[in-house]
Design a protein around this ligand. Structure first.
Ligand SMILES: Cc1ncc(COP(=O)(O)O)c(C=O)c1O
Length: 378
């Protein structure tokens, strides 16, 4: 069979179908809260964009010049000096472009264990071999990376270093520097996938890996701070690589939607995105706190969970011989859902783990959903 036909469909997708019954309180999808979308601001931005006929025309592969400049300025303002970016159709496309350009049969890519499962799908489709690196509460363990690099010689390391999907963990600043040193010494490229970094609810920002390693391809997204339906992301890389990836994108889809890019540029020019993000952080922070408090009150002794400073996810490990896929079937009969953790592991799945998102339910729903889950675990 051709290798793309043997890639399993994403369990998250299959699950989302099962959890769409209105009575289900779903902690499964990594979705932003729709009631917090800035619908009026986005509508006004599309109105502005549509005053120009050119937004319905073909456009350059690199992306809308205003949007590129605005995104570059935002990254520079966050401590990552940026002269240009490639606009992509979500950061998922950026991952696909990197995989197409840099991986293939015979290539080796190193990932955290566990990691974002749609990145694993993307890498598997190229026929590359995936090797895993251990992580703990401070993110990827540099010692483990050193031994994986010596043994497996990967060309690429994929990281979600800030408020990771699925664990919510953040790679410490000192480990970022250590990993940058390992990358420099072994000609390793790092992909820093950072859709959640601006959603911080406590503590202070950690410098991006790209600010300490020039061997980094940095991926950003409008999906979690703006609206995922607009499908807008960006990729920052050294100039040579940016050119190569632009050519790969040209072959993939010519360019990202002209009108959506123009609307995003108009939105950024006429709105204070930081103020919008600050509002998201207040609400998501309260939801995070509600989920953590409910976990402390209801989970069986021996359960462990991550305590994220931001992002969308809490990662749980249940005690005993539990399979969270079986548990999900019970949970669905009690009208509550989560994502079983096994799919996030590239090599050695831990079946007692699960991922819960706290962003798309209000505090009261979180309390009710956690009470339902507690009944399943009795
Ligand atoms: C770590 C990570 N990378 C990439 C993506 C894809 O995001 P986008 O909507 O920008 O394609 C997601 C979405 O959940 C994600 O969690």
């Amino acid at each position: 069979m051709h290798r793309t036909l043997s890639v399993a469909s994403s369990p998250v997708r299959d699950l989302l179908a099962l959890t769409s019954r209105p009575e289900v309180i779903s902690f499964a999808g990594g979705l932003p809260a729709p009631e917090l979308f800035d619908l009026d601001g986005v509508r006004a931005a599309y109105d502005l964009a549509l005053r120009d006929r050119a937004v319905l025309q073909y456009a350059p592969t690199e992306g809308n010049a205003d949007l590129r400049a605005l995104v570059s300025a935002r990254l520079t303002g966050r401590g990552l000096p940026t002269s240009d970016v490639l606009i992509t159709t979500g950061s998922q496309q950026a991952l696909a472009l990197v995989a197409t350009a840099m991986l293939g049969p015979g290539a080796v890519v190193a990932v955290e264990e566990p990691t974002y499962l749609a990145a694993l799908q993307c890498f598997r489709m190229t026929g590359a071999r995936i090797v895993s690196v251990a992580s703990d509460a401070d993110g990827l363990v540099p010692e483990s990376l050193r031994s994986v690099v010596a043994r497996e010689k990967p060309g690429l390391l994929y990281l979600v270093p800030t408020f990771a999907n699925p664990t919510g963990r953040t790679l410490s600043a000192s480990r970022r520097v250590e990993i940058a040193e390992i990358a420099a010494a072994h000609d390793l490229w790092i992909v820093e996938d950072d859709p959640y970094g601006e959603l911080r609810y406590r503590g202070s920002a950690v410098p991006p890996v790209a600010s300490v390693s020039d061997r980094t391809i940095y991926l950003g997204s409008f999906s979690k701070v703006g609206a995922p339906g607009m499908r807008l992301g960006w990729l920052r890389a050294p100039a040579d690589l940016l050119r190569t990836l632009t050519i790969v994108k040209q072959a993939a889809d010519l360019h990202t939607s002209t009108v959506d890019q123009a609307a995003a540029a108009a939105y950024l020019a006429h709105n204070d995105l930081d103020a919008h993000i600050a509002r998201l952080c207040v609400e998501y922070g309260a939801r995070r706190d509600a989920m953590i408090a409910a976990l402390s009150a209801t989970m069986p002794a021996g359960t462990t969970w991550s305590d994220p400073d931001g992002g969308m996810f809490v990662w749980l490990r249940l005690p005993g011989d539990v399979d969270s896929v079986v548990l999900l079937k019970d949970a669905l009969s009690h009208d509550v859902a989560f994502v079983p953790g096994a799919a996030f592991f590239a090599t050695a799945p831990d079946h007692a783990t699960l991922r819960m998102s706290f962003t798309s339910n209000a505090v009261e729903e979180i309390r009710e959903g956690m009470a339902r889950l507690a009944k399943v675990l009795l």
